[in-house]
Design a protein around this ligand. Structure first.
Ligand SMILES: Cc1cc2nc3c(=O)[nH]c(=O)nc-3n(C[C@H](O)[C@H](O)[C@H](O)COP(=O)(O)OP(=O)(O)OC[C@H]3O[C@@H](n4cnc5c(N)ncnc54)[C@H](O)[C@@H]3O)c2cc1C
Length: 339
């Protein structure tokens, strides 16, 4: 059980800045994200695209913004719990007890939901056997490529992830790349390289084919794929990898008794608290009259939610407004002034 002042759901830009605002006023936060990386939409959807409307930063990419936000919260030595989806929350006296998909539990008087458009989840194989073999032969991401060494691997998908992993794994595994369309939609140079590998006998490519069944009892022994014209082929394989992109799901958030308005959470604009005491919502997930789904709005929302959290985390203390430019206390917290 991890005890903290605030549990933040979502390591997107808004969750990250909330860590800084909490840290400045002396509150400790733990951050949970369903993704395997920090940065939310900025990293998952547009890491290389320039952003032009972050205050005082004329231009930066999603990746640079994330890097800078992480640099700014370095003094607070925040723990990130990645690959964990917050599943359940319930009240335990003055605290919220929070459980994740990986069975981690947290106890905190405050929760800040900075969950954007919901958790990013891989689009899955539609054949019914896929669920049974998930993580035991059926995968949607690669944590350690060495796991696939000398194995027979079928990779499905036509985008960058499918192409890049097919090329990479073909260096040490027997790889078949399968896509439902004749053309790949990933980067042209990757598609060309994959076709070149095919000619050199390093990689097999099957298009246009789709999976129709998975065979095996305790482990996968093979799959059947089907072409548009009805032609069927059996392929012997140890595992299959699906790279069909991500979908965003509000997921468990809908089951926590929070008021919802069209997949967003209504909040009051005084402290961004939801209809539940101690649960705040900021960033893309929250709604109120005039809400703008912009990163800069999320930063402001995080600042006010942090002050809201202070009341419950330090009920016997009075919050004092201070500037970072002039407050010795704040400067000590960010490590620029020695105690
Ligand atoms: C292509 C594109 C371009 C954009 N350009 C701009 C721009 O120029 N300027 C601008 O201001 N904004 C821009 N935006 C919008 C901006 O990216 C969002 O406003 C911002 O990312 C919202 O941040 P957030 O932290 O609220 O949520 P997100 O970035 O969505 O992060 C939320 C995180 O929460 C996690 N999560 C959700 N549910 C759970 C759960 N139950 N358990 C664990 N983790 C969970 C998700 O996995 C995700 O990582 C753009 C968006 C896109 C898609």
């Amino acid at each position: 059980m991890i005890k903290t002042d605030v549990l933040i759901i979502g390591a997107g830009p808004v969750g990250l800045f909330a860590v800084q605002q909490l840290g400045l006023i002396g509150l400790k936060a733990e951050v949970v994200d369903n993704l395997d990386k920090i940065g939310g939409q900025c990293i998952e959807l547009y890491p290389d695209k320039p952003i032009y409307d972050i205050p005082a930063i004329p231009e930066c990419t999603g990746e640079t913004l994330t890097k800078n936000l992480l640099e700014q919260i370095k003094p607070f030595q925040t723990n990130f719990h990645l690959n964990e989806r917050v599943q359940e929350i319930y009240k335990e006296q003055n605290n919220w007890k929070i459980t994740t998909s990986g069975k981690k539990t947290f106890l905190a008087p405050n929760i800040i939901i900075a969950a954007g458009v919901g958790s990013f989840e891989p689009r899955k194989f539609s054949v019914k056997e896929a669920e049974k073999f998930e993580n035991n032969g059926v995968f949607y991401s690669i944590k350690d490529k060495n796991f696939f060494k000398n194995k027979k691997v079928c990779i499905f998908g036509g985008g960058d992830s499918a192409l890049d992993w097919a090329i990479e794994l073909s260096k040490f595994a027997d790889v078949t790349l399968i896509h439902r369309r004749p053309e790949f939609r990933g980067a042209e140079h990757s598609a060309t390289l994959a076709r070149q590998f095919e000619k050199e006998g390093k990689l097999k490519i099957k298009t246009p084919f789709q999976i129709s069944s998975i065979e095996g009892d305790n482990k996968i022994t093979g799959i059947t794929v089907k072409a548009e014209d009805g032609k069927v082929e059996k392929i012997s394989t140890d595992c299959i990898l699906g790279f069909f992109g991500l979908i965003m799901k509000l997921g468990p958030i809908t089951e926590w008794g929070l008021n919802l308005d069209n997949k967003t959470i209504p909040v009051n604009t005084e402290n961004f608290q939801t209809n539940k005491e101690g649960i705040f919502a900021i960033g893309d997930i929250c709604t109120y009259p005039g809400k703008l789904k912009l990163i800069l709005s999320g930063f402001h929302e995080g600042a006010l939610a942090a002050r809201g959290c202070f009341k419950l985390a330090r009920p016997n203390e009075k919050y004092r407004f201070e500037f970072t430019t002039t407050s010795k206390t704040l400067q000590e917290r960010i490590g620029v002034k020695k105690k």
